[in-house]
Ligand binder design. Structure first.
Ligand SMILES: Nc1ncnc2c1ncn2[C@@H]1O[C@H](COP(=O)(O)OP(=O)(O)OP(=O)(O)O)[C@@H](O)[C@H]1O
Length: 238
């Protein structure tokens, strides 16, 4: 049986009187791909922030490969081999694509190895034609792809992505789908996403959040046709 790489037990986050994450028990196996969906305010981002260390939960625990990481800082979690892409980009606009990726690779490798890894990622993410272009000059979809490259270069076994397809063209989304599928050869991937087309193309199992809690967890087709889910989510959005 595949190893459990991410697990939460009774994860709860309160902001004053608001329970943004409500007793969430979540489990993800090695190389599994999971989308987290739900209407605005359902608690997806709060759950994501608790798992990535941006927030410390009010109650409950987060385990990664069996280790209790509750309350750890994002950089500590990253150092376990976890790739995190938040909505706040961690890139340098005045440096080229290659330089940004090389710098990310250099954090974990010597200079020669960093160069080899950067070349490999540029190849795998089809960034060759823009490798020498400064980040500041890239289109939105290209930037998102570079940010995914910064995550992939660390060779993570768990990847946590917050809205990777936001604001992208159909072509960019298709490319992003392919890259994420490639990632699942070596990593489990969790994606918080709004884009239904992207979710349908990328996901098998989705977890639906509603009012901070998990409403349903099933194959994307089943979830999309579920009456309760449609009422709370698709009814409003799709
Ligand atoms: N820092 C905060 N302080 C107070 N309330 C918060 C805070 N962050 C989130 N909330 C509240 O917690 C609830 C869940 O919000 P959250 O952002 O996690 O939902 P979401 O599913 O990610 O929504 P969206 O799809 O709009 O990003 C909402 O009611 C929100 O107003």
């Amino acid at each position: 049986m595949a190893e459990t790489v991410l697990e939460t037990h009774g994860l709860t986050m309160r902001f004053g009187g608001v329970t943004a994450s409500d007793n969430v028990n979540f489990k993800l196996k090695a190389r599994e791909l999971r989308c987290l969906i739900g209407p605005n305010g359902a608690g997806k981002s709060t759950f994501f922030k608790c798992v990535t260390g941006l927030l410390t939960p009010s109650e409950g625990h987060v385990y990664m490969r069996g280790q209790d990481v509750t309350g750890w800082q994002p950089h500590q979690i990253a150092s376990l081999g976890v790739g995190i892409k938040t909505q706040t980009p961690n890139v340098m606009d005045a440096l080229s694509v290659h330089e940004n990726i090389w710098l990310a690779a250099r954090r974990f490798n010597d200079r020669a190895e960093a160069s080899a890894r950067a070349d490999d990622i540029i190849d795998r993410l089809a960034l060759g034609p823009i490798a020498r272009t400064d980040l500041g000059q890239l289109a939105h979809g290209e930037r998102q792809r570079v940010e995914l490259g910064l995550v992939a270069v660390a060779d993570p076994w768990l990847v946590l992505l917050d809205e990777p397809a936001a604001g992208m063209s159909a072509d960019d989304v298709a490319r992003m789908t392919q890259i994420i599928h490639d990632m699942t050869r070596t990593a489990a991937v969790v994606i918080v996403e709004h884009d239904m087309q992207f979710i349908r193309s990328v996901a098998e199992t989705v977890t639906v959040f509603h009012q901070g809690a998990v409403l349903m967890e099933d194959h994307v087709d089943k979830v999309m046709s579920d009456a309760t889910v449609r009422a709370v989510y698709l009814g409003k959005k799709a």
